[in-house]
Design a protein around this ligand. Structure first.
Ligand SMILES: [Zn+2]
Length: 570
């Protein structure tokens, strides 16, 4: 799946120098291609220029993520973020308008040009100059929310922790430790609840105004266009919620009932939901100081799934495009980035030796294989699939890898533990997405609502998608403000259902694979190779799964999930 490098494209362009970039972009605003072929060439040249610019930005970001303590690297990264990137967007918008105004655009319908046309049309249709200032105000509110989150320090047993750091105590085998840590974090979070609501109210108001300015009735309508949701409707999402309620909730409750019994507690409390029920220490699949071993074992898993995946993984190593170890001076988290000009993927993460790290590398590996397969598409603007399908690539890889965790564990007991936690995680994804997505539908179709009404809507969703088995007595304040920590609600409104759509697709791929591994993998790779040149239903169909998230699709998937979970020890 490796593709030849074409790094020599436009070697003379220094993207850090705006005086070199600006005239090159301006050419695409001024040109008036006078035939369909000329327009095709115009897109092709724009694509090559954009590849070089995006690869430059990606590399600055990666360099900074890998070396946050290097001042020269940081300066180069900030120069990109502050001086170059903001100037690109307005020019690119003019370029899109020029394309849409060209009379030959309708003659280009092959190779994903139709997809590009509908996306660019959406961008231009909803743009309103008066919304630019409103978006800036929203961004400022989001920044204040981030500041609140970033300043959140939790005192616990004489030490100070961030919310991420204190989370390690939620798995502690000592129940008192878990409870005290959980309460310390919840109380600290609750101290900000008024401040968060004070930021959220004006955010909602501004978003409603943005929608009205663009000619929509409400922000949900605006989002459906701005996020290119051409192939499913708000009703489909609400239908998904109903299906989860009917199909997933009984299984989710059963998982909690089993957990409660295994723990032998009178009441299953929120701090009892992630600890190992048999008091075993956390899984340690690899030594974080031995990253080569981590890479080698992950490669074995990919090779067992399909040798072509192992070859794709090797290409990442060969190009020096894996940065996996956790070390001082590295940004936290993990991501996969695309280097568009050299057409190579890059994986960044902070491996600490946990089972979660194994899943992260396999997940990001899925994104990388997807990119490798699509990288032969010359038109950058049709190379990337919609997010709903990108996550099918990564999530299906996680599921296909589940039966090979023995590569990391000596005992069948630990292999089964890792698999069970993965399967329970899938179930949790579906129920939590239904909660958050349902909340957003309510929020943005009830403009001008009061805080009390909002709280009632949230509690109503928790009564549908929360576990009856978990006992929240005395913790009601924390429960009714629980959504405050879901950053998507503040940062990227409505971006959440994508995870569930992709999770269902991944479950479908996994079932196909168990029936016929060769055929299922071939279908998946075919779908990868389509990149973004086909609509979602075609991508799913090519991958061998239905693009549908109603009960008809969900019921058989969850039935199989249930059989797998029940076959494993609690
Ligand atoms: Zn992902």
């Amino acid at each position: 799946m490796n593709t030849p490098s074409n790094a020599a494209v436009l070697p003379e362009l220094d993207v850090a120098d705006w005086s070199q970039v600006q005239p090159r972009l301006q050419q695409f605003i001024d040109a008036t291609p006078d035939s369909a072929d000329a327009l095709r060439r115009w897109v092709s040249e724009l694509s090559r220029l954009s590849e070089v610019i995006y690869e430059f930005g990606s590399r600055k970001n990666i360099d900074n993520a890998c070396h946050t303590d290097d001042e020269a690297i940081e300066a180069a990264y900030l120069h990109w973020v502050r001086e170059i990137a903001p100037k690109l967007q307005p020019m690119f918008f003019e370029i899109q308008k020029n394309y849409l105004a060209n009379p030959h655009r309708d003659a280009l319908t092959d190779q994903g040009f139709d997809m590009m046309l509908r996306e660019w049309s959406a961008d231009v249709d909803i743009f309103r100059p008066e919304n630019v200032a409103l978006q800036t105000q929203i961004t400022e509110l989001v920044t204040q929310y981030d500041k609140l989150q970033g300043a959140m320090m939790i005192e616990f047993r004489g030490e100070t922790y961030t919310p991420q750091q204190i989370a390690r105590f939620y798995d502690d085998v000592d129940r008192d430790t878990r409870e005290q840590a959980w309460r310390a974090a919840a109380e600290r979070r609750y101290a900000d609840h008024e401040a968060v609501e004070d930021l959220f109210d004006p955010m909602l108001k501004l978003r409603q105004q943005v929608a009205e300015n663009a000619g929509f009735n409400d922000y949900r309508e605006y989002i459906w266009t701005s996020r290119y949701r051409f192939d499913y409707t708000p009703e489909d999402c609400l239908e998904f919620g109903k299906a989860v309620e009917r199909v997933c909730m009984p299984l989710a409750q059963q998982v909690d009932v089993d957990r409660k019994a295994a723990l032998g507690v009178d009441a299953l409390r929120p701090w009892d939901t992630s600890v190992d029920v048999h008091g075993r220490p956390p899984l340690r699949p690899f030594d974080p100081k031995n990253i080569d071993d981590f890479v080698a074992k992950t490669r074995v898993i990919f090779d067992r799934i399909d040798p072509r995946l192992a070859a794709g993984f090797d290409a990442l190593s060969e190009h020096g495009n894996l940065d996996l170890d956790s070390r001082k001076g590295k940004r936290p988290g993990g991501f996969q980035a695309s280097l568009e000009a050299t057409r190579q993927p890059f994986i960044f993460m902070n491996a600490a030796g946990l089972q979660r790290d194994v899943e992260t590398l396999i997940h990001e590996g899925g994104h990388a294989f997807h990119y490798q397969a699509a990288s032969t598409i010359d038109n950058l603007f049709t190379r990337h699939a919609p997010l709903e399908f990108c996550e099918v690539a990564s999530m299906s890889m996680e599921l296909l890898a589940m039966d090979h965790f023995d590569v990391f564990y000596d005992s069948p007991e630990n292999t089964a533990r890792a698999k069970r936690s993965k399967l329970e995680g899938v179930l949790h994804t579906l129920t939590w997405v239904a909660t958050i997505d349902g909340f957003q539908h309510w929020l943005y179709t009830h403009p001008g609502h009061t805080r009390d009404e909002r709280e009632a809507a949230w509690l109503d969703l928790l009564s549908r998608f929360g576990s009856d088995v978990v006992d929240w007595a005395g913790l009601e304040n924390f429960r009714r403000t629980m959504w405050h920590r879901q950053v998507h609600l503040f940062h990227v409104p409505f971006y959440y259902i994508e995870y569930a759509i992709a999770q269902l697709g991944a479950l479908g791929v996994w079932l196909n694979y168990r029936r016929d591994p060769k055929a299922a993998l071939a279908q998946l790779l075919d779908a990868f190779a389509l990149g973004g040149a086909a609509p979602l239903p075609t991508l799913f169909e090519t991958a061998g799964v239905n693009f549908d998230f109603s009960e008809k699709t969900i019921a058989p998937l969850v039935e199989n999930l249930q059989q797998e979970i029940e076959a494993l020890p609690v």
